[in-house]
Ligand binder design. Structure first.
Ligand code: DAH
Length: 355
């Protein structure tokens, strides 16, 4: 009896005060801040015993002639309230998720890879390349970015290696249908640099190089080199030795000795193989094969033909050039045993794990 009276009371109250209820719902919807508020709102208005639902169940107590109209009004209010609640709830959930994400630790892309416990890191080539650039920049060298696609002239002819020259055999590469190729060596940038900077300059060019290689732990089709040149008046092999020693000492952060052995590269005369004192031992280890020296790079005094091709008078100016493998340097630096890891996209490798 009591229930019946209560229901009647609610029914009467709500039917008569539907505008008041609508206003109340408006107000309450505007106050919802959290998902828990939405659940409570649903409970209060839309659940089985919710105020809007009770309007429907109380229809039977309404005068039959007014039931259809009242039913339509209640239905509309229920539908509208549900839609508005779900929309608000979705927005709140999205905002909550966003706030949760924002509160999580941010990925610090400036943290170095290759060691430490950094979960993310720069690629080892990026790290080593930046270090080498810093070292040479501090010695007054300009940093240049050469083209990875080179003309045959840039990659070979201008470097004293005309068609049919045997030195080309060691540098098979990928050719484009227009006759250009993927550069086999950063030396391909020498001619352009001489034409750009004229007879007196110091510059390096780090970058990607390509060769048609059979893949194994020390050969990949894509690897990185750094080319360097210094041209001016009275430049000699002493300058070459000085700069290489300074650079290697700075990169390896310890005193490095260098020595030159005769070597052949068509674009330098005389040409050398430069060895660096072993960074792993004092008097012989398996890495330097017991010699105390590690073969580091090719270098030499720029051949007069090459200077002339670059528009520089070899009777007035001289220069040295060198080229070394950035990839190889990174392998030495972090003890990486397989060159194929560099282009593998292996995240363990970037964290400094896989070597
Ligand atoms: N370009 C040579 C290579 O990839 C390396 C090199 C040797 C560069 C001697 C030089 C140089 O500038 O003088 O094998």
């Amino acid at each position: 009896m009591k229930d019946f009276e209560n229901n009647m009371c609610i029914c009467y109250h709500n039917f008569m005060n539907i505008d008041k209820l609508k206003k109340e719902i408006d107000l309450e919807l505007g106050k919802l801040k959290t998902d828990a508020d939405c659940v409570a709102f649903h409970q209060k208005y839309l659940s089985k015993s919710g105020e809007v639902t009770l309007l429907m169940t109380s229809l039977r107590d309404i005068e039959p002639s007014k039931r259809a109209e009242a039913g339509a009004t209640f239905n509309a209010l229920k539908k509208q309230t549900e839609e508005r609640l779900f929309k608000t709830q979705r927005e709140i959930k999205e905002r909550e998720q966003y706030m949760k994400l924002m509160a999580e630790p941010v990925i610090d892309i400036t943290r170095g890879g290759m060691g430490g416990n950094a979960p993310y890191g720069l690629h080892p080539i990026t790290i080593i390349s930046r270090e080498v650039e810093d070292v040479f920049m501090n010695m007054g060298f300009v940093i240049e970015d050469g083209n990875e696609i080179a003309t045959e002239y840039e990659c070979f002819d201008s470097l004293n290696s005309p068609a049919g020259h045997p030195s080309r055999d060691m540098q098979d590469t990928f050719w484009l249908s227009d006759g250009r190729c993927l550069r086999t060596q950063t030396s391909a940038w020498q001619n352009y640099m001489m034409k750009k900077y004229g007879p007196v300059f110091k510059a390096i060019c780090p970058g990607r190089t390509y060769r048609n290689e059979n893949l194994d732990a020390t050969h990949d089709t894509t690897f990185f080199q750094v080319e360097g040149m210094m041209i001016g008046e009275d430049i000699s092999i002493s300058n070459l030795i000085y700069f290489m020693k300074q650079a290697l000492t700075a990169v390896f952060k310890r005193d490095i000795k260098v020595r030159l052995r005769p070597g052949y590269f068509p674009f330098v005369e005389p040409g050398f193989e430069l060895d660096a004192s072993c960074i792993f031992c004092k008097d012989g280890c398996p890495i330097c094969k017991g010699t105390g020296w590690i073969e580091f790079c090719g270098c030499g005094m720029i051949h007069p033909h090459v200077l002339r091709e670059g528009g520089i008078d070899p009777t007035k100016y001289q220069g040295f050039a060198f080229g070394f493998g950035l990839t190889r340097l990174a392998m030495m630096r972090w003890g990486i045993k397989d060159i194929r890891l560099f282009n593998s996209g292996n995240l363990e490798f970037l964290k400094g794990g896989a070597k």
